[in-house]
Design a protein around this ligand. Structure first.
Ligand code: ADP
Ligand code: ADP
Length: 239
């Protein structure tokens, strides 16, 4: 059974805005998929449905064998904990340390009485430090997150997403704010982690060349419609 199973997904934000129109998409375990499309084509909306952050107007969204679009409460939270999400703007808490940001990705981390003070079991701290080592930022653990470069902040966000041992990783334009060199680093890191951990990845991008060189499979969106679904191998820009 596919890890992601989307059928006939339509999302209307209003009478005039159909963000997704009858989208069908199945993704198998371990696949690395890029959603490719211009700004406004529906990439974020599709990713947010996979994570249960949006409710379909029509159609169904299944993730890890569960009907996301019909879950709520604890069941939805449980499913979301198996799906990591990284964002274009990283969404770190700038004044907190890098380590605290990573820890905030764990269910067991509790915000303490003073803002910014997290309490957590020692095992979680070891786990967070292990993830920081994986993303090459162990030496930055006690630095404020907002002192890091954009590429480093996105790597911290990846470490944070790993705290819940996700089976699926969703990334919404993860390198859109980064320079080319940091972009390559972050994309390579995502692939490496996905391969090691056996993650299924769906990542939105708008850069055609990067998408072709990075993905296993390219899914193209235009005005909310799925207009392309093909292996990345052998594609060239002219196609
Ligand atoms: P992309 O990620 O490809 O840039 P989006 O999924 O963000 O595309 O947007 C698809 C369309 O839906 C756009 O027309 C956008 O303006 C609209 N849209 C997205 N989110 C909302 C929202 N929360 N409310 C209303 N319209 C939205
Ligand atoms: P992206 O193109 O990366 O999806 P946007 O700038 O389109 O980013 O959207 C950023 C946020 O604003 C998203 O959460 C989206 O849901 C929301 N949004 C986008 N378009 C609209 C809209 N027309 N009305 C309300 N919210 C919107």
């Amino acid at each position: 059974t596919p890890v992601i199973d989307i059928a006939g997904l339509t999302k209307r934000y209003s009478e005039h805005t159909t963000a997704l129109n009858a989208v069908d998409l199945r993704v198998s375990q371990g696949e690395i998929v890029v959603l490719l499309g211009l700004s406004g084509s529906g990439k974020s909306t599709l990713l947010r449905h996979i994570n249960g952050l949006e409710t379909p107007s029509e159609g169904s969204v299944g993730v890890l064998g569960q009907p996301v679009s019909r879950l709520s409460g604890a069941k939805l939270r449980g499913l979301r904990s198996r799906v990591g999400f990284i964002f274009q703007q990283f969404e770190l808490v700038g004044p907190l340390t890098v380590l605290e940001n990573v820890l905030s990705g764990a269910l067991g981390a509790l915000r303490g009485p003073r803002l910014g003070l997290f309490t957590y079991p020692a095992a979680l701290k070891r786990k967070a430090l292990g993830h920081l080592e994986r993303v090459g930022l162990l030496d930055r653990a006690y630095q404020r997150a907002d002192t890091l470069s954009g590429g480093q902040q996105q790597r911290v966000a990846i470490a944070r997403a790993l705290m819940q041992d996700p089976e699926v990783l969703l990334a919404d334009e993860p390198v859109a704010s980064l320079d080319p060199e940091s972009s390559m680093q972050v994309m390579a890191l995502i692939r490496e982690i996905a391969a090691t951990d056996g993650l299924t990845v769906v990542c939105s991008l708008h850069q055609v060349d990067l998408a072709i060189s990075w993905a296993d499979r390219i899914v193209g969106l235009r005005h909310g419609e799925l207009v392309l679904d093909t292996p990345a191998e052998g594609l060239t820009r002219a196609e």
